[in-house]
Design a protein around this ligand. Structure first.
Ligand code: CP
Ligand code: NVA
Length: 307
């Protein structure tokens, strides 16, 4: 059975640390032959992407691999071919599949049939590759992960909130999410988060008060209030979120030398202000760069498990 990375807790705390260590090494030495042969890696997108698309293609090439980047909407998957049949066929061509899709159940169904590792490049529920880059960035800036407090503000029922919770507690972080009522994390995700936190000493807390949530935070982060696929869901995704905007006033309330992350794309003036994203606390551009290093490490690590 191949190892997959479909959600953040697919890596144990020790494995996550090993991937982050490798990411740091690859950042220092970006070119190599770890994917020579070349290993063929399918990278399939059913939603838009800038960072994920470029970082996977460039990263695979830097290690001597061959990326096959495909718009999933142009595949037979977009007509009548089943997920299972697609997984069977792609497993005969490529060494690993990276997929950005909608429901988490789709990538889980794919992974059940695939005979090669499958990596989640974002689903409606999780965005685990982003969290590896986020953790790498926090560790670079703060020198450690375990015991730090990270606060996420915004839609806490989305992929970023869920993955920050699950990946964050895996690293031993105290993760707080703050959101209006109706946008709190899905209960089954919180259950998985608490199970993982019990192993690491990390913790998870859900707030509605943004000021209480940022008090003492080492890291403050946010994400789009409207995720891809939610544009027509009929919910007001502006008014209830205004108090959760990451702006200079809110940031001052941490009382600490806090760093700011954002997975991007940013909606400047909505979930984050220009002043903050372009200001001295922002680690956002390093965070975007680290997608490249963290994903390369993940791919190499997953393929190593098959030897
Ligand atoms: N953060 C992120 O995943 O960006 P893209 O949607 O541009 O890939
Ligand atoms: N929550 C956002 C993340 C984009 C990288 C979305 O799913 O659109």
């Amino acid at each position: 059975m191949p190892r997959h990375f479909l959600r953040d807790d697919d890596l144990t705390p020790e494995e996550q640390a090993a991937v982050l260590d490798l990411a740091d090494e690859l950042k220092k030495q970006p070119h190599g032959d770890a994917l020579a042969g070349p290993k063929a890696i399918a990278v399939i997108f059913e939603k838009n992407s800038t960072r994920t698309r470029f970082s996977f293609e460039v990263g695979i090439a830097q290690l001597g691999g061959h990326p096959v980047i495909v718009d999933g909407r142009s595949m037979q998957l977009g007509r009548e071919e089943t997920i299972g049949d697609t997984a069977r066929v792609l497993s005969r061509y490529v060494d690993l599949v990276v997929w950005r899709t909608f429901a988490q159940s789709r990538i889980e169904e794919f992974a059940r049939t695939a005979t090669v590792p499958v990596v989640n490049a974002l689903t409606d529920e999780f965005h685990p590759c982003q969290i590896l880059a986020d953790l790498q960035t926090v560790r670079e800036r703060k020198g450690t992960l375990s015991g730090l407090t990270l606060t996420y503000l915004g839609d806490a029922a989305n992929n970023m909130a869920h993955s920050l919770l699950l990946g964050g507690v895996t690293a031993g972080l105290h993760v707080r999410v703050a959101a209006p009522e109706g946008f709190h994390p899905l209960p089954w995700v919180l259950e998985a988060v608490r199970a993982r936190a019990a192993l690491t000493g990390g913790s998870a807390e859900v707030f509605t008060d943004p000021h209480a949530a940022v008090d003492g935070a080492d890291v403050v982060t946010t994400d789009s209030w409207t995720s891809m696929g939610q544009e027509g869901d009929g919910k007001d995704r502006v008014t209830p979120f205004q108090p959760y905007q990451v702006n200079a006033d809110l940031l001052a309330k941490t009382g600490k030398d806090t760093i700011v992350l954002h997975d991007l794309p940013a909606h400047r003036g909505a979930e984050i202000t220009d002043e903050v994203i372009d200001g001295p606390a922002s680690a956002v551009w390093d965070e975007a760069e680290n997608r490249l290093h963290a994903q390369k490490a993940l791919l190499v690590w997953l393929l190593e498990q098959r030897r």
